[in-house]
Design a protein around this ligand. Structure first.
Ligand SMILES: CCCCC/C=C/C(=O)SCCNC(=O)CCNC(=O)[C@H](O)C(C)(C)COP(=O)(O)OP(=O)(O)OC[C@H]1O[C@@H](n2cnc3c(N)ncnc32)[C@H](O)[C@@H]1OP(=O)(O)O
Length: 302
């Protein structure tokens, strides 16, 4: 872990994410619509589109999976895109947003843990830990432009950013609703919540599985700005400019000082956390409630 300018905090090679890729198109580069020239070449994969702007040093990363549920492939492609931008000195910030109408991120892809064997659940959970660690400790400025619903794992993705801008639409609720599914947020999700909204608010919100509409999310401190839907992107860019106005080394070291203890706690207990997750989700009773929840989601659609 270097501590000079160009600081890199994210633990390297915790996993080899590319080993998880199954025939994705990652790494493909294509000209951005309507333009060529420096910084206008976008790259990405099937599930993550990256639109880099070399001039500003900011890349927009768009999730484009169905409902942006965090499938193993999406987690892996996110880690790889993040790493690619972190390794390119041109970039200082990422705006994370959704290309999927009305949903920022639906959280864990429940089909990855429902009816799967323990080995698959373990592989999946390690990929989730990996993404959180890399985002939470990223040396880049991460701004979440939340343009849709943001429950559970989606909220965690947003909370691992430095700043959150939420579209003012009552359907776009955000929070950790795990208890309502009969599951329990692990300690590092709880820690991230507490770090953001404080102990008492987390105690209530976690137990109740609260999903906050925009005004309440702002009030409790879960997001930093609530703006009309058509201003989410421009506001995220203004926020980014504010964060990038600070010298990188000072901001990065401060970020590390604020977040390291929380990340270290997971790093120390990563295997035990994986085992807990697997033994919990593989219980018959939990499998039954996940199955029922998925069924309800599918029926609601019809
Ligand atoms: C034990 C450790 C816990 C770890 C901590 C993390 C936990 C989690 O993240 S659990 C997941 C929690 N997520 C949710 O509760 C969200 C569930 N989804 C929704 O509420 C909605 O889908 C929506 C608000 C995100 C979007 O609504 P809408 O645009 O109306 O889309 P549909 O409801 O019609 O869904 C479309 C399609 O997507 C499937 N789907 C939605 N969410 C998930 C998901 N999390 N995992 C897997 N699949 C999901 C849904 O079933 C539909 O599928 P199809 O019918 O096949 O199109």
């Amino acid at each position: 872990m270097a501590l000079a300018s160009g600081v890199r905090f994210a633990p390297r090679a915790l996993l080899r994410p590319w080993a998880l890729l199954r025939g994705t198109t990652l790494g493909r580069t294509e000209p951005a619509a309507g333009g060529g020239g420096d910084g206008a070449r976008r790259f990405g994969s099937q599930r993550v589109l990256v639109e880099p702007d070399a001039a500003s040093g900011v890349a927009v990363m768009k999730l484009r999976n169905p409902s942006n549920a965090l499938s193993l492939e999406l987690l892996t492609e996110l880690v790889i895109s993040l790493e690619k931008l972190e390794n390119d000195k041109t970039f200082r910030g990422i705006i994370l947003t959704s290309d999927c109408p009305r949903v920022f991120c639906a959280g864990l892809d429940l089909t990855e843990i429902c009816g799967r064997n323990p080995a698959h659940c373990a592989e999946y959970w390690k990929a989730m830990q990996e993404l959180w660690l890399r985002m939470y400790l990223s040396s880049l400025v991460l701004v979440a432009a939340i343009n849709g619903a943001c429950p559970a794992g989606g909220c965690i993705i947003a909370l691992s950013c430095d700043c959150r801008v939420l579209a003012d639409n009552p359907k776009y609720r955000i929070g950790l609703n795990e208890t309502l599914l009969g599951i329990i947020a692990p300690f590092w999700l709880k820690d991230t919540y507490v770090n953001t909204i404080g102990h008492r608010a987390s105690e209530q919100a976690l137990q109740l599985g609260s999903l906050f509409p925009p005004a309440e999310a702002l009030q409790v401190g879960l997001v930093d700005q609530v703006v009309p839907e058509d201003q989410v992107q421009s506001t995220a860019l203004s926020e980014m400019a504010r964060w990038l106005a600070v010298p990188d080394h000072a901001r990065q070291l401060t970020k590390n000082m604020m977040r390291k203890a929380t990340a270290d706690r997971l790093l120390r207990q990563r295997d035990a956390d994986t085992q807990n997750f697997v033994s919990f989700v593989c219980r018959d009773s939990i499998q039954k409630s996940l199955q029922a929840y998925l069924e309800k989601l599918r029926q609601r659609k019809g």
